[in-house]
Structures are given as C-alpha cells and as structure tokens.
Design a protein around this ligand. Structure first.
Ligand code: FAD
Ligand code: DHB
Length: 393
C-alpha cells in the first residue's frame, strides 16, 4: 500500500493536519492506536485561541464549535482577596473560545470520515522504517493483519508517549526540559459556573482555576504536590480546597455538586530540537509540552499542523524541499514564545515551595503589575488569545 503522507496519531495535531492536506489534494492515512470512542471521550484541554478558531472556521470545521463553544472576552485573576479582570476585547480586540478538546476531536473525526477519508483506529505496534532515506515505510498491525505503507513523509503526531520521537536515533535531538514539583488535580462537576469567565487564583495554599464546559458543568483545578495520590483527595477535600483558594464573599460564591471525573496532570516544559529527522516531522506533544497554566498545548499542536501543511503543499506543487527545510525554525519560533508565556503564567500563579522569600515577592510583584499596568495586561492578553500566525505561509 502507498500514500503520500502517513500521520501517526489522531489527536488535534494529526487530525488538523489531515484536513489541511486533504484540502490541498494531498493523500494521507491516519493511524490511531486507540479506539474512536476512547479519543472522543478523553478529557483534556478546553481553551481555543482566536487564531485556532479562525483557522478551523476557514477550513469549514468550526460549525458546531461556533454554536456550542463559549466565547470569552476576558479572564479574572484573583489574589490577595481581590478579583481583577483582564479585558481581552479592549486590550487586543480578540477572544478565546471554551470548547472541550474531545468535542473538537469528534468534529474533526466526523468531518474526515464523512468525506470518505481513512482513519484506522486500534492499530498496534506501529514501526517507522527508513525515515533517513527517501523511501520511508510504516509497518503496523490492524485487524490481526500485518500491514505496510510506503510514503513520502511521516508526520509524528502521537503525543508525548508515542513512538515517533522514540524512533529517532540517540544523539539527533537536543532535549530542553523543566519538570515542576507540582501537578494539577482536575475535576468535572455537575454545577453551574460561578463566574462567566475563567478565574485563575493565586493563594498561599497554591493555585486554583475555575473553568467550565457549558452552562451546567464546571472544570476546576487545584495545584497539588507532584506524586499526589488521587485517593487522598475525596470530594469534600477538593471542595474545601477550591473554596479556600477561589474565595468566599470577596471571591467566588462557589456552587458545589457531584464530581464525575477526577484526574491528575503533571506539569512539565519540554522541547526537542530539531522537530524533524529526515522524512519524519514531529508535531504537537510529540515535540513539545507546556505547563497547562497558559492553556496552550492543543493550540500549539494546531499551529504545527498549519506550518507542516504549508511546507507539504509547496513540496507537492513544486517538487522542492526548501519550505519543509524551514519547518523546525518556523515552529520553534512560536513554541519558544509559548513556552516563555506558559512558564511566566505558571511561576506567577503557583506556590513554589523551597524558593527564597525574595523570589516569592518578585512573583507577587509581577502579578500586581499585570493588574495595574495596561502594558503588562496587554502582554498577558496578547499571548493568551493567541499570537497571530505568520502571514504568507
Ligand atoms: P494527543 O492529543 O496526545 O494525540 C496523540 C494521539 O496519538 C492520541 O490519540 C494517541 O492515542 C495516539 N497515539 C499514541 N501513540 C501512538 C502510536 N504508537 N500509534 C498510533 N497512535 C498513537 N492542555 C491544556 O491546554 N489544558 C489542559 O487542561 C490540558 N490537560 C491535559 C491533560 C492530559 C492528561 C494530557 C495528556 C494533556 C493535557 N493538555 C492540556 C495538553 C493538550 O491536551 C495536548 O497538548 C494536546 O492533546 C496535544 O495534541 P496532539 O495531537 O499533539 O497529541
Ligand atoms: C482549562 C485548562 C487550562 O489549562 C487552562 O489554562 C484554562 C482552562 C480548561 O480545561 O478549561
């Protein structure tokens, strides 16, 4: 079997890339290790940047998200018993859209299958061969049969734990990494949001975030130590923590209700350079991870897909490789901007044990500046709503 591009992984990066390639008449095969139902129900991110929404709109994939997504024109920052608003509309003219990642995945899968384009679910044992030659090949098992696909290019969109990055020989990639001594405990609860915008709270006990998934469901997070066991966090302890950090009276009047999902997410900054080895290109979480505070992981995955689809379009139109040779440099420019923003938001809002009181005061001063200077607030807002994509490619 032969196709032009094999895409390993049907997350936001792989599915967006598949659509962008199909629009340019480029054939691709998407291979996904898990079942369709699994990827369509996996609880993850929830914030789409303006450029992400605009791109999805442009390619006809924003129908349901325009109706069901919640457009937010700002966020709230809560600290020292006070609530402050960062007004994105005023500062940038842009907005964010709150829409669950699994809903976006559903939309992207449905649109691809409706167009008769292939996604193979439940594939096993994916192996990449000859990626440093001009005849790459992907082998895998599907429906109990061993399959082989020859292709021109492989897109490694299989997330942080996938096989794509692991297939690159030792010594090729430089890894930049920072692991944080805390994680986020995330819940979904059947309660009305207690604020019409996301609330990011800095508190002596640690960070908390109040977010939502619709008029009847909230998504909320608590900073917990790395290595925390969920069994130590019964529902009442979670509500007590959220109430303390998000505030009574002078903060949110938090509504409580049944918690129907609980998970832990480690916090990590990670980048590999380059994002390419021969005919293998890495996208999204396969190449980089950001701490969740800036809500950027999904958006960065979509941005990589846009850059690669442009390079591949140019390649198939001209036979040249020069635009693809710019893939790493183009992606990394945005990746490092977003790493910087995510690290900055994380440091400003979390409790970081073991640091000097001096550093603690500096981080508090930074946050104070964001709510008292239009220039500082604009820096936050511009990054949060999403840096514009480069024009022309
Ligand atoms: P993924 O979405 O990870 O997609 C990769 C796909 O590849 C998956 O479907 C996987 O099943 C498949 N795959 C893996 N290995 C193979 C293989 N060998 N062969 C074939 N397919 C394979 N971001 C936020 O902004 N806010 C959040 O609250 C947030 N929460 C998160 C919680 C968790 C538990 C995780 C893991 C991530 C979270 N993120 C969050 C980050 C965000 O969800 C990711 O950045 C985003 O999913 C990246 O998209 P992707 O397509 O690169 O990778
Ligand atoms: C959500 C997740 C984030 O990481 C964030 O910064 C804001 C909101 C969410 O899941 O709703």
């Amino acid at each position: 079997m032969r196709t032009q591009v094999v895409i390993v992984g049907a997350g936001p990066a792989g599915l967006t890339l598949a659509h962008l390639l199909h629009r340019q008449g480029i054939d691709c095969l998407v291979l996904e290790a898990r079942a369709r139902e699994h990827i369509e129900t996996r609880v993850r991110a929830g914030v789409l940047e303006q450029p992400t929404v605009d791109l999805l709109d442009e390619i006809g994939l924003a129908g349901r998200l325009r109706v069901e997504g919640m457009t937010h024109h700002g966020i709230r920052l809560r600290f020292d018993h006070a609530m402050h608003r960062i007004d994105f509309a005023d500062l940038t003219g842009a907005a964010i859209t709150v829409y669950a990642q699994q809903e976006l995945v559903k939309d992207l899968v449905a649109a691809r299958l409706a167009g008769g384009q292939p996604i193979l679910f439940d594939v096993d044992d994916v192996r990449l061969d000859g990626v440093d030659t001009d005849r790459p090949r992907v082998r895998f098992r599907h429906d109990g049969r061993e399959r082989t696909v020859d292709c021109d290019v492989i897109a490694g969109c299989d997330g942080f734990h996938g096989i794509s990055r692991a297939s690159i020989p030792a010594g090729v990639l430089t890894v930049h990494e920072r692991v944080y001594p805390f994680a986020w405990l995330g819940i979904l609860a059947r309660t009305r949001p207690s604020c019409d915008e996301l609330v990011y709270a800095r508190h002596p006990d640690g960070f908390a975030l109040h977010s939502m998934r619709g008029p009847e469901v909230t998504r909320q997070y608590l900073q917990v130590p790395a290595g925390t066991d969920l069994a130590d966090w019964p529902d009442e302890r979670i509500w007590t923590g959220l109430r303390r950090r998000l505030g009574h009276g002078d903060g949110l009047d938090l509504e409580e209700g049944p918690i129907f999902d609980k998970s832990l997410a480690p916090m990590r900054s990670f980048v590999v350079e380059p994002m390419r080895y021969g005919r293998l290109f890495l996208l999204g979480d396969a190449a980089h991870i950001v701490p969740a505070t800036g809500a950027k992981g999904l958006n960065l995955a979509v941005a990589d897909a846009r850059v690669l689809s442009y390079g591949l379009g140019h390649h198939y139109a001209t036979g040249r490789w020069d635009e693809l040779d710019r893939y790493t440099a183009r992606c990394l420019r945005r990746v490092w901007q977003v790493q910087q923003f995510s690290w900055w938001m994380t440091a400003m809002l979390h409790r970081i044990d073991g640091t000097q009181p001096f550093d603690e005061r500096l981080r508090a001063a930074e946050l104070d500046r964001v709510v008292s200077s239009r220039a500082a607030a604009t820096t936050l807002a511009e990054n949060y709503v999403g840096l514009p994509f480069a024009t022309g490619w």
